[in-house]
Design a binder for this molecule. Structure first.
Ligand code: GAL
Length: 695
């Protein structure tokens, strides 16, 4: 909090400076005073920004030391070219945009990666098949290919024109053309700015620089608290069971995984564990779950964790509805009340209930559903909540509110959780939730996975029933290379073996994920320690030029490039970052630059950079079998020297935040391999050997 109070003082200074702003009609141009708060991090507060904003809800301190260790990077634009004015109680921001400049980010978009030319209203909502800003995580953060990024920290709907607004006084105006005679006439002439409108008379703006785009993203992530490391079980395989499944149904389901020899770490319970749902009671249904504590213990003894579906609306007459009655908003959702969790007493009531009835009997986490919208059943913008927040502020932050509420109770137990949420916003990077939705376009899902890396969120491209074995296996392959490997069978009851002709391939990719656990875990450690997203857009890959629309391939960590196939594809183009790249499976040189590939159904194309080291364990069915004394093979690709920080910790508590973890530096120099234990705690692997994949 100290850092933020210091900023507040600086803002007061800024505010007095604003009085000298130039009045034009009913607009007041605001001088912007930038204050450098950390290396490469500049904060400005034109006008009078309200204290309630996205980061105040997310409530995390910037990770000062980690930001410092990035060093500094110059601001690549003249800050004087960022302008603010306040008109009729709204703040209008203008950022410069060069001819060749490309813009990424603006939250969870599903169709595009480059955003120049787009018009958004950033608004939490269920994505409706169009990139217009209405999405599950409309994070008001953009990144410019020039090497900087900007967060507009407001819990409001924000209008954005990314290079479409043209000002009369523009220094780089478009050429005026006559459509009658000039074929080059364009309905969207060149614009040299990004404009944003925030419906508040002042706003906090945070600008991050970086030596490359990855560093911009790292700074943003670290400023918001840094990424997360899921508990180890969270990286195993997840199966969500159908609605209204009982204890007995779930026993049969898990037995099916044993019989079919398929990985399984987490079972997700969908509507049916609450005595009532839509809205929810948060009380166990006594018919389907007569003894939930015994059932959870029984599942735990089989190494299975339970994740509980919920929507945060309280069933009339239920215990929570009664206890929370003084803390709810003016409107209901499906006749359920909506608590205001910005009020500490309300949080406490909900938290105590969850701890007593769910956490203390062993529930490992939650799926927080329905908090994004749809307008037709959610509260309207004019809703009023007892804290004085309005419907819009609550809509933009309800996902964050639920995440922070859950985080506090799991931290209290010193137990990590991992779950799902259908809404997020800036600041959710340090909360352990993957975003998902009800749409089901495989391509959109991968586009979202790519974009999530620009916004400090994780996207989960879940698998549901598919129209063909081909589609099924392609989806299973990509979900196994995502933050959460999950089938969501809530409506259709599908199982990994639902398409027998491709079952072997599904099994192979699920076991491959399990073999890659040390790599995935170390990749998440980078998210926490360095702010590097685990699943990354190509623009964030080492040495990759920051241009172009690449939405169908991505990086997992530093070394693995994933080039998925979609239904109907028989060949595809893969754009490789500079240098030689090798086939993951064979170690054979795949090529350089842009290559064309074909692939059978049995594999997802994966490539590894020259000198890429990939630590792998033997195929296990559950993360409970993942031990430090098991053989760990470091695969070596290509001939270049390589270096890799292999991370490990207890896999379940927050002790790593206090230094309880180990790092083993794997090094390959001139063909000589070595392992150096640089952080000496008890989590190092003892059976490390090396496998040279390339002849
Ligand atoms: C939807 C959710 C689905 C499933 C369903 C259960 O809103 O997106 O994944 O949980 O609710 O009713």
């Amino acid at each position: 909090m100290l850092a933020r109070s210091f900023l507040l003082l600086l803002t007061l200074a800024t505010l007095s400076a604003c009085q000298s702003g130039k009045q034009q009609g009913n607009s007041l141009n605001q001088p912007i005073n930038w204050n450098k708060t950390y290396s490469g991090t500049y904060v400005a507060r034109p006008g009078n920004p309200p204290a309630f904003n996205l980061l105040s809800v997310a409530n995390r301190e910037p990770r000062a030391e980690a930001i410092k260790s990035l060093g500094d990077a110059p601001v690549p634009i003249d800050l004087k070219n960022i302008e603010a004015s306040i008109i009729n109680g709204r703040t209008c921001l203008k950022f410069p945009l060069d001819k060749e400049e490309q813009i990424y980010g603006f939250g969870l978009n599903f169709k595009s990666v480059t955003q120049r030319g787009r018009i958004f209203r950033l608004h939490v909502d269920h994505y409706g098949s169009e990139d217009n800003g209405r999405t599950h995580a409309p994070v008001p953060f953009f990144i410019s290919s020039k090497g900087y990024g900007v967060l507009v920290n407001a819990a409001r709907y924000i209008d954005v024109s990314v290079g479409s607004a043209v000002r009369k006084d523009s220094k780089n105006p478009p050429v005026a053309r006559d459509r009658n005679s000039d074929r080059a006439w364009d309905a969207q002439p060149y614009s040299d700015n990004i404009e944003m409108v925030i419906p508040e008379a002042g706003v906090e703006i945070i600008l991050f620089t970086g030596k490359n785009l990855m560093e911009v993203v790292q700074r943003f992530n670290l400023y918001c608290g840094g990424g997360i490391i899921p508990p180890k079980w969270g990286l195993g395989f997840w199966q969500r069971t159908p609605t209204l499944y009982s204890e007995e149904d779930i026993r049969k389901e898990t037995a099916g995984f044993d019989e079919n020899h398929f990985p399984l770490d987490v079972v997700g319970l969908e509507p049916g564990w609450h005595s009532k749902s839509y809205p929810c009671t948060f009380e166990w249904d006594s018919l389907r779950f007569p003894k939930p504590e015994n059932f959870i213990r029984e599942m735990g003894s089989k190494g299975i964790h339970l994740n509980l579906w919920m929507n945060p609306y309280h069933s009339p007459g239920g215990t929570l509805d009664k206890k929370l009655k003084d803390f709810t908003g003016s409107h209901t959702v499906w006749c359920g009340t909506v608590a205001d969790y910005t009020i500490p007493e309300a949080r406490k009531i909900m938290q105590d209930h969850l701890v007593k009835n769910q956490l203390n009997i062993g529930a490992s986490g939650f799926k927080i559903d329905e908090i994004d919208g749809f307008d037709s059943w959610l509260w309207p913008d004019g809703a009023i909540f007892p804290s004085g927040r309005d419907g819009e502020q609550m809509r933009q932050t309800y996902g964050l509110q639920m995440m922070t509420l859950m985080d506090e109770i799991y931290r209290e137990k010193n137990e990590r959780t991992y779950g799902l949420s259908r809404a997020a916003n800036a600041g959710s990077v340090s909360y352990p939730y993957a975003i998902y939705n009800d749409n089901y376009s495989h391509k959109d899902f991968i586009n979202a996975l790519v974009n999530a890396s620009f916004s400090g969120i994780l996207w989960e491209p879940e698998v549901r029933a598919s129209g063909s074995s081909e589609e099924w296996v392609r989806r299973m392959q990509t979900v196994c290379f995502s933050p959460m490997a999950m089938i969501n069978a809530w409506a259709d009851g599908t199982k990994p073996w639902s398409f027998p002709d491709v079952y072997r391939a599904c099994q192979d990719v699920a076991f491959l994920r399990m073999q890659l656990l040390p790599y995935l875990y170390s990749t998440f450690a980078q998210y926490y320690f360095e702010g590097k997203p685990p699943f990354r857009a190509m623009q964030l890959a080492d040495g990759f030029p920051a241009t172009g629309e690449i939405k169908d391939q991505y990086m997992v960590g530093d070394n693995i490039l994933v080039a998925p196939f979609f239904k109907g594809d028989t060949e595809r183009k893969v754009i490789l970052p500079p240098g030689k790249w090798f086939d993951f499976y064979t170690g054979i040189l795949a090529g350089e630059g842009t290559i064309n590939i074909t692939a059978g159904l049995e594999k997802i194309p994966l490539f590894v950079r020259d000198g890429g080291l990939i630590p792998m364990i033997s195929p296990i069915r559950q993360t409970s079998e993942w031990k430090t004394d098991m053989p760990l093979i470091v695969r070596v690709y290509g001939k270049a020297d390589g270096h890799y920080n292999l991370y490990n910790d207890d896999g379940k508590s927050f002790d790593f935040e206090k230094g309880e973890y180990s790092i083993q530096e794997l090094e390959l120099k001139a063909g000589q391999s070595s392992v150096r234990q640089t952080k000496n705690t008890s989590f190092g692997y003892s059976g490390i050997s090396w496998k040279f994949m390339t002849d």
